[in-house]
Design a protein around this ligand. Structure first.
Ligand SMILES: [Fe+2]
Ligand SMILES: [Fe+2]
Length: 139
């Protein structure tokens, strides 16, 4: 059985497609052989950096309650990648697979809690708050 929860769909292809890709790269790191481990780590690392940069840029123009927490969490995970890379480069396969496991547990929670707030904000920006306007127009 699949030991890790699926990443929840958020209804924004930019986020959902990246999450699929990142999840599959983390699965790849988990199962990588010793000779492929560093390349698998670097592929995941690069995709995560690009994804966080995209989300941070989407958040930048807006002010909303979970923004700071979200940006901070990305920064903490970036820092973990930097630290773990040193160990992976030194041949620590145990650390690489533990990190992949932690990452695969973390990703669905992060998406559900923080990325979901971002997806909602982007949706309401795109629709101009249509749902709210409709509600307000009711007698
Ligand atoms: Fe995020
Ligand atoms: Fe995300």
């Amino acid at each position: 059985m699949e030991p890790f929860a699926q990443v929840p769909r958020l209804g924004d292809d930019r986020l959902d497609d990246d999450h699929d890709e990142i999840r599959s790269l983390a699965q790849g790191l988990r199962s990588a052989s010793a000779s492929n481990r560093l390349a698998a780590f670097d592929a995941l690392h690069a995709q995560v950096l690009a994804h966080f940069a995209m989300e941070d840029a989407l958040m930048a123009p807006h002010d909303f309650s979970s923004k700071e927490c979200h940006v901070d969490e990305h920064a903490a995970v970036r820092q973990s990648f930097e630290e773990v890379r040193v160990a992976v480069e030194a041949g620590r396969g145990d650390i690489a697979s533990r990190f992949a496991n932690h990452f695969l547990s973390w990703l669905p929670d992060h998406a559900d809690a923080l990325d979901r707030q971002l997806a909602k904000l982007l949706f309401y920006r795109k629709t101009g708050g249509a749902a709210v306007m409709l509600h307000r127009s009711l007698p």
